[in-house]
Write a protein that binds this ligand. Structure first.
Ligand code: XIL
Length: 397
């Protein structure tokens, strides 16, 4: 072939590839994926990129940047605290919906999906409830009825507006708890027994036939020994399998993804393997609260580059591992970060002995970090045959 013929073939091939990928390209301005948002890049895979939203930041008139990034970079939002029981019903019988409603409206305005968080958890319960149980003025029977009413009321209010509900959160103990053999832990298991989990899913389903119902937990990114006595992922897997066998309407398992750079953590293939095992049960998965914190040594706090750089790089690598694993499994429906900026991250408040931080994808001044760029590049370079568009599960009856 003469050079000119080669040229023609080349042009036709490029045009065909562009058409197949439906990539908008013009002669003058070639498509540049690096200028696109995470939300837009996720769309190509059918993958929602989400963030937890802090109600105070959202309402801070002096901080428009927060709202701008929350609305443009993400296609899914989660209330960081506004849908927790203590926020919704601080006084018995009086629901305060303002902040939760506001987030749902924000999502609607910005064409975002909502992950509802959370219906049943042992933390951030209203004091009237916990103290009532402690002093015996609320009986076990009444407690169960209060839980049923709470789930029904909340799910009903947002019926049709929530894509995924975290129905039950963090029900399983950790190896460092007492006893160290993994078990159902916390307020609800202690007072109602583990049967509350199946009940909660059934009550949630009765109130919203269309939401995807999730169990959500941390430290379940990969399988360990395979023994449910010490492997939390295995314990949760067995729990989900048993719930399905009993006909409980659970649709997915959320892996929170709170990691720290000081730990061993995982490679992409380990995490992919775990997601695939949950998928093989017929369950959707999602990363629901990803952040990767680091210890803030004195040198880090003093600005020493030789201590800060490895932390930022390790953080980026861990964000990327979870993203690549999620991309590789079609039923991993969404990847949500637990806050997108260090300015409002929960990490420094919660992990302060030793102090930890640097956990999110933007710094305190909204500068994107390496972690942000790596997530973006993962979304750009992924494609067939190993990365296929998301599946669309139907809610279990
Ligand atoms: C955290 C919030 O980020 C904090 O603002 C709050 O003080 C405590 O809870 N797992 C969860 C989330 O499921 O709800 C938690 O959110 C973080 C750990």
């Amino acid at each position: 072939m003469k050079p000119r013929q080669w040229l023609t073939v080349g042009v036709v091939a490029v045009a065909t590839v562009a058409a197949l990928n439906t990539v908008p390209a013009t002669a003058s301005r070639p498509y540049d994926p690096t200028t696109q948002s995470l939300a837009t890049l996720g769309q190509r895979h059918g993958l929602h990129i989400g963030t937890a939203v802090n109600a105070t930041a959202l309402n801070d008139a002096t901080d428009p940047q927060y709202r701008r990034l929350a609305s443009t970079e993400f296609s899914s939002v989660t209330a960081e605290n506004a849908m927790k029981w203590e926020s919704l019903e601080p006084t018995r019988g009086t629901y305060n919906w303002a902040e939760a409603d506001q987030l749902v409206e924000f999502a609607k305005r910005n064409r975002q999906s909502v992950r509802g968080h959370v219906l049943v958890w042992h933390n951030q319960l209203p004091t009237w409830l916990t103290s009532g149980v402690a002093d015996g003025s609320i009986s076990k029977q009444e407690l169960r009825e209060l839980l049923r009413k709470h789930i029904t009321t909340v799910v009903n209010r947002y019926k049709g507006k929530i894509w995924q509900w975290d129905v039950v959160n963090e029900a399983v103990s950790d190896p460092w708890d007492t006893p160290s053999t993994l078990h159902y832990k916390g307020f609800w298991a202690q007072n109602l027994g583990p049967g509350y989990i199946a009940d909660a899913f059934r009550w949630a389903r009765a109130a919203d036939p269309k939401a995807l119902l999730f169990y959500n937990d941390y430290n379940i990114e990969a399988f360990g020994s395979g023994n449910p006595a010490d492997d939390k992922t295995q314990f949760v897997y067995d729990m989900a399998r048993d719930l399905l066998r009993q006909g409980v309407p659970i649709d997915g398992v959320g892996s929170q993804g709170h990691l720290g750079t000081q730990y061993g953590n995982f490679d992409t293939l380990q995490v992919t393997a775990a997601l695939k095992r949950f998928a093989a049960l017929g369950l959707a998965t999602a990363f629901t609260e990803v952040d990767v914190r680091s210890q803030l040594t004195e040198a880090v706090q003093a600005g020493a580059a030789n201590e800060i750089n490895p932390r930022l790089q390790a953080s980026a690598a861990n964000f990327s591992v979870l993203m690549k694993a999620c991309l590789a499994v079609r039923s991993c429906l969404s990847y949500t970060v637990w806050g997108f900026t260090d300015r409002y991250s929960w990490v420094p408040d919660w992990f302060n002995d030793p102090p930890e931080g640097l956990a999110t994808i933007y710094d305190e001044n909204y500068q994107p970090k390496r972690a942000y760029q790596e997530l973006k590049s993962d979304l750009i370079v992924a494609g067939p045959p190993y990365v296929l568009p998301r599946s669309t599960p139907r809610p279990r009856r």
